[in-house]
Design a protein around this ligand. Structure first.
Ligand code: ADP
Ligand code: MG
Ligand code: MG
Length: 252
């Protein structure tokens, strides 16, 4: 589904990703862990199509297409969930209305019929039930005054409604309480399916107490330096990231 090969990318001429490769098949959940500053968020941002990054080498294909050649909206329509597109606050714009517009824009781009408000409401109710969420966030402005935990719950709700093939979630490390982590985990678990893949970026192992990944990768200094099963996350929890330093010695 997703093939990243030898990706090199820079911010302001400084190389952050230094030959990163990652292969994700449908149905899989991949966790990406690693020390602060390793380039985890950079990877997520580049896959999402965020501005400010220069890809200097390598390629990324999604279902056979060159992902990096697509605009962010085209990536979304192709089925890549762009968590970053929605954290902006849009005071006064109803969250439900906003989400219906996003879904319909994607449907239209795929040549599918748009949903009217009744059809959308039905979909929303189904998804709320699956996720065991209440409808409090729906009637507020988009992310308006949302706490970190509410933003995460909303992100999971968006994910459920948009039904992407590949969801990339960056847990951005700090500020998430255990309830927020659990709702992310419950959401991911409820939305796992044989044709949907997840990339879950996290600094801490504790999220993986609730989401059992198929593959755990350690990203350090812009590269995947180790991959393994869920036990790798436990090893990191026990040993920290210090042992990684041996693996990122500069090539000569
Ligand atoms: P992680 O998510 O693994 O903690 P990031 O991808 O956020 O790491 O950052 C990787 C490196 O890129 C860090 O050294 C960080 O300081 C740098 N970086 C990230 N964003 C920017 C930016 N907008 N401008 C300059 N440097 C940046
Ligand atoms: Mg960080
Ligand atoms: Mg980060």
């Amino acid at each position: 589904m997703l093939n990243i090969d030898n990706l090199h990318a820079s911010i302001n001429e400084r190389e952050i990703l230094k030959g990163l490769s990652l292969h994700v098949k449908p149905g899989e959940v991949h966790a990406i862990m690693g020390p602060n500053g390793a380039g985890k968020s950079t990877l997520g941002n580049i896959l999402s199509g965020r501005d400010g990054y220069e890809v200097t080498a390598g390629n990324v294909s999604f279902e056979g297409d060159d992902l990096l050649a697509l605009e962010p909206e085209e990536r979304a329509a192709a089925g890549v969930f762009l968590a970053f597109q929605y954290p902006v606050e849009i005071p006064g714009v109803n969250n439900t209305y906003f989400l219906r517009s996003a879904l319909n824009a994607q449907r239209k781009a795929r040549g599918e019929e748009e949903l009217d408000s009744m059809q959308f409401l039905k979909l929303v109710r189904q998804k709320l039930a699956v996720l065991h969420l209440d409808d409090r966030l729906l009637h507020r402005g988009v992310n308006e005054g949302f706490s970190g935990g509410e933003k995460k719950r909303n992100e999971i709700f968006q994910l459920a409604v948009l039904e992407p093939k590949l969801a990339i979630l960056d847990e951005t490390d700090s500020g998430l309480d255990i309830d927020a982590l659990k709702s992310v985990a419950d959401g991911v678990n409820a939305l796992r399916s044989p044709d949907r893949a997840f990339i879950v970026i996290t600094h801490y192992q504790r999220l993986l107490d609730y989401i059992k990944p198929d593959v755990v990768h350690v990203l350090a200094d812009g590269r995947i330096v180790q991959s393994g099963g869920p036990e790798l996350a436990l090893q990191l929890e026990a040993q920290g990231y210090a042992w990684i330093k041996d693996r990122v010695a500069p090539e000569t």
